[in-house]
Ligand binder design. Sequence first.
Ligand SMILES: NC(=O)C1=CN([C@@H]2O[C@H](COP(=O)(O)OP(=O)(O)OC[C@H]3O[C@@H](n4cnc5c(N)ncnc54)[C@H](OP(=O)(O)O)[C@@H]3O)[C@@H](O)[C@H]2O)C=CC1
Ligand SMILES: O=C1OC[C@@H](O)[C@H](O)[C@H]1O
Length: 372
Amino acid sequence: VFLPDIILPRDASEPIKHEIVAVSTTGSDERVKNWLAEHKVSNAASVKIYNSWEEMLKTGDFDVVYISTPHPLHYEHIRVALNNKRNVLVEKPATMNSKQYEVLSKLAKEKNVVLMEAMWTRYLPAMQYLQKELLPKIGPVRRVYAEFSFPIYSTDMPASSRFLDKKAGAGSLLDMGVYALTWVDVALNSLPDEHASTKVIHANSMPIRGVEGKVDDMNTVIIAKEKAGEQMAVAIVTTSMTMPGSNKPSFYHRFEAKKAAPCVRIEGEKASIAVPFPPIRPQKFEVQWYGHEFLDSEGLEVNEVIEKPVERGWGIWYQADVIAKRVAARQKDGNATVGEVIGEEESLRVLRYMDEARKMSGIEYDPKLEEI
Ligand SMILES: NC(=O)C1=CN([C@@H]2O[C@H](COP(=O)(O)OP(=O)(O)OC[C@H]3O[C@@H](n4cnc5c(N)ncnc54)[C@H](OP(=O)(O)O)[C@@H]3O)[C@@H](O)[C@H]2O)C=CC1
Ligand SMILES: O=C1OC[C@@H](O)[C@H](O)[C@H]1O
């Protein structure tokens, strides 16, 4: 999904232009050439192909490396990239646990480069509007539901799939829960409230039935927001990768499924916001205003539909613009002596929620995948 989005045609006047200039693969050069041709990459002939990611990170000529390997490889791939003074955009979840990302965030600053988790949903127009315009108007948030279930698993899925292989980080909490927990983080932590804190107070997990290795499937995580010893809000997160539904149309086509229930609900003291499926790509909010000043002439709540569509493609390019603008500004400035981690606190909060939920619900991986 990333490649077609970042090479979408753009207005020449736009300050950012993305171009793929190098690819590292464990497969053949032929396969990369076919992939580039399939996506009609205009500069395909000049894309440098590496069969060693270490070599690419050491000698490649590029501004940012996008790391989209299976989660357990992120830590090492980011670490080597940072040590080669590379700017890094790494796929979600950034690492297997928060400790790994803490270490890498520190390293990025030491190496004077930019690190960012590709939690692309945060950078979409709808999410930006929610944080900056809508949340400040709905009063203190009291309750959040964030649900991401999607028919990924099928009985004919090979055990080597990253969705089933625990060595590849399989499990719906890390893969999908990261989105639902991001919604909770946005809803509960976007408006500064220095004396408040959030923490996981309950977690439960059911593995995919009939599959080796206890791959977590139906997860339930409850998060509380507390201030001065009083609980101010609660959030309920659910995930599943085996929910019934068609897994026949193409993977991304299935996200167009119309679902009866909203996938996210954010309930403030003055309004309730409902977000239609899919939670990874919000484009619309259905807001029910119920503060007295919003009731209609008969005293009923007023509903408002707010559309904030993705402007082109899938939308995974917005995050690429964010890191590209930061990298370009730092190159232009030339005086930076400390690196930066875009969205550091947000990424760490969500990784810590997942650490806590895994501890409480018994979701485990080979300790080797969690080392620093
Ligand atoms: N933002 C989004 O919408 C999405 C994000 N993701 C995230 O992207 C990451 C990858 O997911 P996905 O692409 O489905 O995973 P895949 O299992 O398809 O692996 C991605 C690529 O990683 C490379 N790879 C695999 N093993 C190794 C290895 N040992 N050393 C070096 N490279 C390796 C392979 O590239 P090659 O074959 O060329 O060697 C493979 O094609 C995950 O962290 C996932 O969470 C995934 C899907 C959607
Ligand atoms: O990031 C993702 O987006 C779509 C999901 O279904 C996929 O499994 C996940 O990796």
